[in-house]
Write a protein that binds this ligand. Sequence first.
Ligand code: GTP
Ligand code: MG
Length: 247
Amino acid sequence: MGSPGAGSSGGHECSFKILLIGDSGVGKSSLLVSFVAASHLDGDIAPTIGVDFKIKFLTVGGKKLKLTIWDTGHRVLFVYVYLWVGSLKSLWLHCSLLRRACHQAGQERFRTITSSYYRGAQGIILVYDVTKRESFSNLADVWTKEIEANSTNKDCIKMLVGNKVDKDDERMVTEEEGLAFAEESGCLFLESSAKTRENVEKCFEELALKILEVPSLLEEGSSSVVKRNILKQKQESHAKNGSGCCQ
Ligand code: GTP
Ligand code: MG
């Protein structure tokens, strides 16, 4: 799964969780790989199955940051495979009860994956493809609704990114439309190309800068708080497992 990105880890001051969301094929993984590797893409990237993450260390606004950037792909495929296996099981066993249980388990699993993906994120990048109108309309129909339903952080900074601007002759969504939607939804806005690397760095850096400006997000991401939270989680899991010797 995840891998450390380029750049030195030499003692970061803050650590932030960033999410990439948007329709399949809009270029989420390409933006991530291009940013982390700090180079042009070497060929096409395979569609992401499930969830992946990469880490990038960088200095923004005079602060050394660690960004853990999460990328999703075909989560729905997981559910369908799960349901399909469930259906086979039910055929095999001729048992409708089991099929219903599999269906519910699949839906529950999907919800669990989605909510844990969003939990504790300080920044969310919503990506659409400027050559695919449906990927833009799905921002309102699907993605902003998913953020509302799952984001646990009310101060979380959102950035809208219209990708693939290198394909200008195939453009279906104008820059003005992108900007208007960003303003309406309270997002920062940029257009980018993972292929030419136009605005790739800027998109992550502007988001990080904005996160640094919000005291509650800065507090959450500051290294001492991160360490304290990890310690607290360990203590809680010890207590749950009953393996702690002193409470
Ligand atoms: P899923 O993992 O399926 O959700 O897709 P994704 O959003 O991660 O898209 P991905 O990065 O896999 O890119 C999909 C296709 O678009 C690949 O063939 C990329 O090479 C291509 N692509 C990505 N970004 C750009 C871009 O800025 N310009 C052009 N021309 N092609 C791009
Ligand atoms: Mg992908």
